[in-house]
Ligand binder design. Sequence first.
Ligand SMILES: Cc1ncc(COP(=O)(O)O)c(C=O)c1O
Length: 459
Amino acid sequence: MTYVAPNSIQARDIASIVHPQTNLATHMTQGPVVIGSGQGCFVTDDNGAEFLDAAAGLWCASLGYASERLARVAYEQMRKLGYYHLYRGTTNENSVDLAEKLLSIAPVPMSKVLFQCSGSEANDTAIKLVWYYHAAIGKPRKRKIIGRKMGYHGSTTASISASGKADMHADFGLPLADFVHTEYPHYYRDHLEGESEEQYATRLADAFEALILREGPETCAAFIGEPVMGAGGGLPPPRTYWDKMQAVIRKYDLLFIADEVICGFGRTGNMWGCQTYDLKPDMVSCAKALSAGMQPISALLINQRVFEAMLDESRKLGNFAHGFTYAGHPVTTAVALETLRIYDEMDMIGHVQRVGPYLQDTLARLMDHPLVGEVRGIGMITGIELVADKTTRALFDPARKVGARVDHFARKHGLIARLIGDRVAFSPPLIITEAEIDEIGRRLRLALDDTWAELQGRC
Ligand SMILES: Cc1ncc(COP(=O)(O)O)c(C=O)c1O
């Protein structure tokens, strides 16, 4: 039990806030970590302890934690027009500029943009549009959304239903009907003895097709997937995976939603994960690095095929009956536009292409550690698998909470990573330097050594 001083921020937090993705019971006694300030890739807590945040918050603080330039843009916009909406045919110039910019850099030809405040809302909107599209073209039975086990698309009722996270469905009565999940690509953990990445990818695409045939192709509407899985473990797909999955998507005339909420804007070394893996989606959702995490904004890009169907529905129903109060908010769009300008000026994609391999090489050196079974990454995203036995790839008993121990020791050494069970994911701010990457490697090794020592001591 941690001592929580009366009237401290911690005590007031315990008394007033329900935290996302937190054990509420232990939180009542342990209280929160209070983050007070940030600069570059570092954040500082209320005790003055500094952490190198190798997770960029929640995969989003692409430019680090403070920006005079973005602050000025928000300030000026608030003085000029601090709020307006896009309802009933109203617009503002920032929204138009941002929509044009997104369409001009889209990974495949796209027709229109819908704005929201979060990745969840972008994916929720995409799911509604899948249903709307199929109703419009006279195929209302095509309702099923196929996601992947361990995929993550958000916390709204529909976006979490599309996600394959059993822990996030439990006792919420989810997923909703019409959501099914296919296998996810974790080559290291799941490949059979002697099975190549290509053979494994074929097996997963076959399982995907078998699922569609079991469910009935006439009921299957869309597939949703992240180019690189983030919350699933920082998992770049095996070779040929996306080619084979896309062949199945095309064969059964599914709409394809690419969830670029983490991958978009440079994370994988191209503007989009879709470009890294040659994906041809009908809709692209993006958020997070769109505004460097500094304003809550997301965008859903849709192609002409989807928009035509929406036009038909508007002719029939008299209205596109969907929307959010803060969609196209002039402050969020101003900050997003400036963020994209900064990326262009800094050549952010070039930076990730230059420095990303250094991150991958630095973390790959940890393969010599007894706890590390795999280091797999691309661009500025990496997953490290913690294993009990490197030869057999055996995982630890989850009860030993090895991931949580690494997290604890990493923080002790001033490093924040993202633990997903016994996989450590890294997605540092895109601006990170080679010297800071060296620090990630150094601090992580210390954390792994401490964890190893603790596990040995208890064996
Ligand atoms: C791939 C992906 N999609 C969607 C979301 C949900 O975004 P938000 O938390 O902004 O609703 C996340 C959040 O981490 C994500 O990683």
